[in-house]
Design a protein around this ligand. Structure first.
Ligand SMILES: NC(=O)c1ccc[n+]([C@@H]2O[C@H](COP(=O)([O-])OP(=O)(O)OC[C@H]3O[C@@H](n4cnc5c(N)ncnc54)[C@H](OP(=O)(O)O)[C@@H]3O)[C@@H](O)[C@H]2O)c1
Length: 286
């Protein structure tokens, strides 16, 4: 059995889908019964409802489990505590393989959710566990949050300059790699950057979306204070807002650019392109 934490989020659902396609028994750790039902219907073999901040949850969830894919909820203020609790429980339960869903360039102290992941990676090194670390670039799927503005206003709006260069990855490729490192031999002790594209400016992203969708879409910078009030209206908590602002500020100063060689090697094919993602997930769903 494989335990998947943070399973009901967008990453968790993508990883579960590929593991189920590969006939794996997966136990999902989720926050509530509704999520449990959804993921059981999606093919999970077992579901456990619990709070990831509760250390006791992992002892129970890890019973009978050989491998773990650990996803910390996005922008969680207790990322270190969650990481420490799950690593301690995995060590006590003599887990065979701990796969950790980290992030591209966790070394960036200016972005707390990256820095926290680096510290969790360090805890893993010191745990004595067999591990694999995946460090994904920002997902192409994040663009789906802009669907309304793309369709209604022909604008791709981002809270950083449109010249900002970001590497992206298709979450479907990340999920394929999650299954590869969990199920195929030879990946223990590895840390892999999971990057699908070179550094794309937001203008280049908008141009590619225009090509696929068939009309002109302009990249536009949204002022941070405007982004902040919209996020607060949507109910985003203070930690998330502050952490995202730090991330956007970092992006505008330095971008976030990686290299797709490792992902190509892992998949044995070229990673999915932005155009392919847009054709599949943005164009077809209107
Ligand atoms: N998005 C990207 O581009 C990207 C790129 C690289 C790495 N990452 C990393 O990927 C990870 C997952 O991101 P994501 O976007 O997939 O997350 P997400 O969609 O926000 O999913 C998080 C899941 O965790 C659940 N959750 C939150 N707090 C919980 C708690 N205390 N106990 C139990 N469950 C809890 C949420 O449930 P509710 O829905 O009920 O809140 C949700 O199902 C993050 O660590 C992020 O930094 C993301």
């Amino acid at each position: 059995m494989i335990l998947l934490t943070g399973a009901a989020g967008k990453t968790g659902r993508a990883v579960l889908k590929v593991l189920v396609e590969r006939d794996q028994k997966v136990c999902v750790l989720v926050r509530n019964n509704k999520q449990a039902e959804e993921l059981l219907a999606a093919g999970a073999a077992d579901a456990m409802v619990g709070d990831m901040e509760d250390a006791g949850v992992y002892e129970k969830a890890l019973r009978g489990v050989k491998s773990l894919y650990h996803i910390c909820p996005n922008m969680h203020p207790e990322e270190l505590k969650i990481g420490s609790n799950v690593i301690k429980a995995a060590t006590r339960n003599k887990l065979d393989h701990f796969v950790y869903h980290s992030v591209l360039h966790p070394q960036t102290e200016k972005m707390p959710h990256h820095w926290n992941k680096m510290r969790v990676e360090e805890m893993l090194f010191e745990s004595g566990l067999e591990f694999t670390i995946l460090q994904p670039a920002p997902y192409m799927q994040n663009i789906l949050a802009s669907r309304e503005a793309i369709y209604n206003e022909s604008v791709f709006r981002v809270p950083y300059p449109v010249t900002t260069r970001l590497s992206l990855v298709d979450l479907e490729d990340l999920a394929r790699v999650a299954a590869i490192v969990l199920l195929e031999p030879g990946h223990k002790g590895s840390t892999y950057e999971i990057v699908g594209t070179g550094g794309l400016s937001q203008v280049a992203v908008a141009e590619q979306l225009s090509d696929v969708l068939g009309w002109d879409i302009a990249a536009e910078e949204q002022p941070l204070d405007e982004w902040q009030s919209a996020a607060e209206k949507l109910g985003m908590n203070l930690y998330q807002v502050e952490t995202l602002i730090k991330m956007f500020t970092y992006y505008s100063l330095y971008g976030l650019v990686g290299n797709s060689n490792v992902l190509s090697w892992l998949l044995n094919v070229k990673p999915g392109s932005l155009c392919n993602f847009a054709k599949r997930d943005l164009a077809e769903e209107i």
